[in-house]
Design a protein around this ligand. Structure first.
Ligand code: FES
Length: 181
């Protein structure tokens, strides 16, 4: 059940749910690598590299995929779906600030409960929400759980700013995926 009084805004759909698996050596299926940039999954800038000024300060989050320096979109694994959000650096916990690039932070979009995409936004709470069972994650504080059945935070994807563009600085901070997916 969703929390009472929480108005949710859908962020995007997740087309990977119906895609076939790809080979392990397919670069599109590799998890994000240092030097990758992030591209919009949907919206008017679909396929474009994300820059801080493209994102509204304070949310909501946008769904994205990593893209290699030579242009390979890493959409071959459903676990590569990301959420990207721009926040006031002064509002971030020390760990989240260390992973941010000019206030832009990235997390796995795969809910740690049962693997649904975290595809909604609570404007009231300023939190990211999984619309399957309502798990609510705090983007300012390491995606820690505020509410819901998810057992752990969303893994963070550390970023750094290079020539004004957020770039992957290291791999995910924790194991990806839900408990059953
Ligand atoms: S899959 Fe996200 S709350 Fe259950």
């Amino acid at each position: 059940m969703m929390g009472a009084g929480v108005a949710l805004a859908p962020v995007a759909l997740a087309p990977w749910l119906a895609r076939p698996a790809r080979a392990d050596d397919d670069p599109s299926a590799l998890h994000p690598q240092p030097g990758d940039r992030l591209v919009f999954l949907t919206g008017p800038k679909k396929g474009q590299i994300i820059k801080p000024e493209d994102l509204p300060l304070g949310g909501p989050q946008f769904q994205a995929y990593p893209q290699s320096p030579d242009g390979v979109l890493r959409d071959g694994s459903r676990l590569n779906l990301l959420i990207v959000i721009r926040l006031d650096p002064a509002s971030l916990s020390p760990t989240t600030l260390a992973n941010a690039a000019d206030g832009v932070v990235a997390y796995s979009a795969v809910c740690t409960h049962q693997g649904c995409p975290v595809n909604a936004w609570s404007e009231e709470k300023k939190m990211m929400v999984c619309s399957c069972h309502g798990s609510t994650y705090d983007p300012r504080n390491d995606a820690k759980l505020l509410f819901g059945p998810a057992p752990r935070p969303l893994p963070a994807l550390p970023l750094k700013l290079v020539a004004g563009v957020p770039m992957v600085a290291a791999g995910f901070s924790a194991r990806l995926g839900g408990e059953t997916a």
